[in-house]
Design a protein around this ligand. Sequence first.
Ligand code: PMP
Length: 356
Amino acid sequence: MSRFWNDIVHRLTPYVPGEQPALTHPIKLNTNENPYPPSPRVVEAIRRELGEDGASLRKYPDPTARALREAVAAHHGVRVEQVFAGNGSDEVLAHAFQALLKRDLPIRFPDITYSFYPVYAQLYGVAYETIPLDAAFAVDIDAYRAPNGGVLLPNPNAPTGRALPLADIEALLKANPEVPVIVDEAYVDFGAQSAVSLIDAYPNLLVVQTTSKARSLAGMRVGFAFGDAALIEGLTRVKDSFNSYPLDRLAQAAALASYEDRAWFEESCRKVVESRERLNARLQSLGFDVVPSAANFVFAKHAAHDAAALAAALRQREIFVRHFKLPRIDQHLRISIGTDAECDALTAALEELIGG
Ligand code: PMP
């Protein structure tokens, strides 16, 4: 605390990311990272960009990330003007709050969702109301009908992993034609339907994606937004009033190469989905209640064992899972999908802890 802080900083409750343990070989199932490396083409592209002596780093990167946005636009069959690139989807979401969500009425998002949303709302002075998920953690889209100042939903939702069908997203758009509807698709590649296909039809739709999960590039910090060119221009205006160069040269080269290797991306998603179903079945046989997941994590609760105690006991064994001390979910664990060997180590430890 400092007397030099302004009122906004005094009032902030910052987001707390999952722990990055300083251990040589932790089993890290707490931040939804991909257990597999990115495409070898990504590594080659970074080397190429760096060159022998790193001379390219003397120069600023392309402030518009044009080549990357063109590759991503081609991948999704949209126009480059419909694509925004930012430093991780967290930054893209922050710009969306600032550019699009400051409205007369409160915005709406679920009571159980990505815990960064209320933090952005506080930082940018955006009023919000949370809409309870039902007992099975499903989103009731009828509760998101206007009047409101905008709608923000992750699909699949986090930390539950539950997905909404595209028809429900479209119903939501039809019910809210006058306000921005933001769909955060950080985990879409693991089993949900993307709403990018709807951006031509709905000028109020912004779809946010990331290279952090399905493309194994969390360390590079590259995220996108897709939407009507005018919405994208709004984000660009905020970006150019904040930081002209959010994506460095290596990040742009790496992300572009990742979009050039569709086979690697698809195979990596397939492996994660297969391991998810395997882990899901093993957790159920250990007595866990597991929420049906379309993401690269599962959300599970044991009837007889306290979630915080389980997380702490796993941590003792250098196995990291995420526990949120929040209403309605403090008996759940969010477990990222690791390699099969990592998932096996987790289930072996759980068997010991709870008696399999
Ligand atoms: N949205 C959701 C729902 C997430 O879980 C995350 C990851 N913490 C993000 C966005 C941000 O991801 P990144 O900034 O790495 O793109």
